[in-house]
Design a protein around this ligand. Structure first.
Ligand code: UD1
Length: 418
């Protein structure tokens, strides 16, 4: 296990560069299996989720090489379509993308149920129903899902929930199917557009990504391409909120502001001093913050992935703030840790109420999931004295070089392996 020790209460500032998006890269890497030649991925974040996907690809006999600090070469022409067992899939949620990718290319995938953050029950029924609609047969053997098809045929698929994972997985399965697949009530997250663009640059015929209707005309062959991962809007949001709480002047660079409109609007409503340009955000802590209400929604609404970090910022805002979590049932675990640090918090059903401003106290706390971890990092940076965050491994799953980036901004932070 890794620990983060943070001496908080310092004013921070400077420039931070945002890395490639975890949720985009973790789909692009399994999607590379569909390529009949080889791909180069640029702006790939250096995080443990990527390392774990590379382990699975190499196990399948794909060639995966780091060609620079942030770029990967993947050749999947000689893949052996083997069973991907629980010891590999439980390390990350995105292991479920091997289902769609292997099914799409080989008409067979044997993959255990995915792991990932325990923020709710997180079923994958919509993914599997989508595969069945394309003509696949889905069977279970313990924790193992066996998906096979004689052939895959395009179909009209309506998603009961605009699920990110199901939308991507169905795209992956449909890209080489016969005929046309239409996904209705598709998720519209920017990461989905990034993945569709990747597949299209290999020769796929996908239109409508970024809207709620995606059309996929099946093709037989996918050629080589080079593709860039979009900037991570959740990492960017994390640093922007660190800036709003603690920085006399922070520049967050390499962002796509349109991907972050819901957050930027909410921060302005809170009174945060923030200025947005083409690819940068300037933010500081000069203004006093006001309480706000946040309701998590699918894109372009306020992302569930940002609400836990927002909860910490709310502890510094005057009045009673409210978070309504509508996507996952169990995404308030960070609030209990914040409570230990002195935050005034109440949870009623899917709503969290946070009364501020509160002077947070340092403590020994535990990250229960990735974004809860980020929420606690912000709290530890705010609190006077030394805070220890246990289970920091969660944070490393999704934040590239967080320790180095924060140190450069003036934080005192140490990562310890125990
Ligand atoms: C992805 C992101 C995660 C983000 C979430 C919502 C990745 C690897 N993870 O997770 O960071 O928080 O989107 O933006 O990209 N659902 C079902 N059945 C299904 C699929 C989903 O009921 O088959 C439900 C889920 O339980 C959840 C909701 O739909 O309540 C949305 O989930 P989904 O968009 O699929 O999230 P993930 O793909 O797991």
């Amino acid at each position: 296990m890794k620990l983060l020790k943070i001496c908080g209460g310092r004013t921070l500032g400077g420039t931070v560069r945002i890395s490639g998006a975890k949720n985009s890269a973790v789909a692009l890497i399994p999607a590379a299996i569909l390529c009949d030649e080889n791909v180069k991925l640029l702006n790939v974040p250096n995080i443990s989720d990527i390392d774990n996907l590379a382990i699975i690809l190499r196990y399948l006999n794909a060639k995966v090489e780091k060609i620079s600090q942030d770029s990967l070469y993947i050749a999947s022409c000689n893949i052996e379509n083997k069973e991907i067992t629980e010891d590999m899939t439980r390390k990350l949620r995105a292991s479920y993308y091997f289902m769609g990718a292997l099914l799409g290319k080989y008409k067979k995938a044997v993959v255990s149920f995915p792991g990932g953050c325990t923020i709710g029950s997180r079923p994958i029924d919509l993914h599997l129903k989508g595969f069945e609609a394309l003509g696949a047969n889905v069977e279970y053997d313990g924790n193992k899902v066996i998906i096979t098809a004689e052939e895959l045929n395009g179909n009209n698929i309506y998603l009961d929930i605009a699920s990110v994972g199901a939308t991507v997985n169905i795209m992956l399965a449909a890209v080489k199917a016969k005929g046309t697949t239409i996904i209705e009530n598709a998720a519209r997250e920017p990461e989905i557009v990034n993945i569709a663009m990747f597949l299209n640059s290999m020769g796929a015929k996908i239109t409508g990504a970024g809207t709620n209707t995606i059309k996929i005309k099946g093709v037989n062959y996918l050629k080589k391409c080079t593709h860039e991962v979009i900037p991570d809007r959740i990492e960017a949001a994390t640093y922007i909120m660190i800036g709003a709480a603690l920085c006399d002047n922070l520049v967050v660079e390499n962002i796509i502001p349109e991907h972050m409109e819901a957050l930027i609007r909410k921060l302005k409503e809170m009174g945060v001093n923030i200025e947005v340009t083409d690819d940068k955000v300037y933010v500081n802590n000069k203004n006093k913050l006001k309480a706000v209400k946040v309701r998590t929604l699918v894109y372009p609404g306020f992302p569930t992935d940002m609400q836990q970090i927002m909860a910490t910022l709310m502890t510094q805002a005057k009045g009673v703030s409210e978070i309504e979590e509508t996507i996952f049932e169990n995404r308030f675990q960070n609030l209990y840790e914040l409570q230990k640090m002195g935050a005034k918090v109440k949870i009623v059903g899917n709503k969290g109420y946070i009364t501020g401003p509160t002077k947070l106290k340092s403590d020994n706390i535990t990250a229960t999931d990735l974004r809860a971890g980020a929420s606690l990092v912000l709290a530890a940076l705010i609190a006077d004295g030394e805070t220890t965050i246990n289970n920091a491994d969660y944070i490393l799953r999704g934040y590239e070089n967080m320790q180095e980036k924060l140190t450069r901004l003036g934080a005192k932070i140490e990562l310890i392996q125990i």
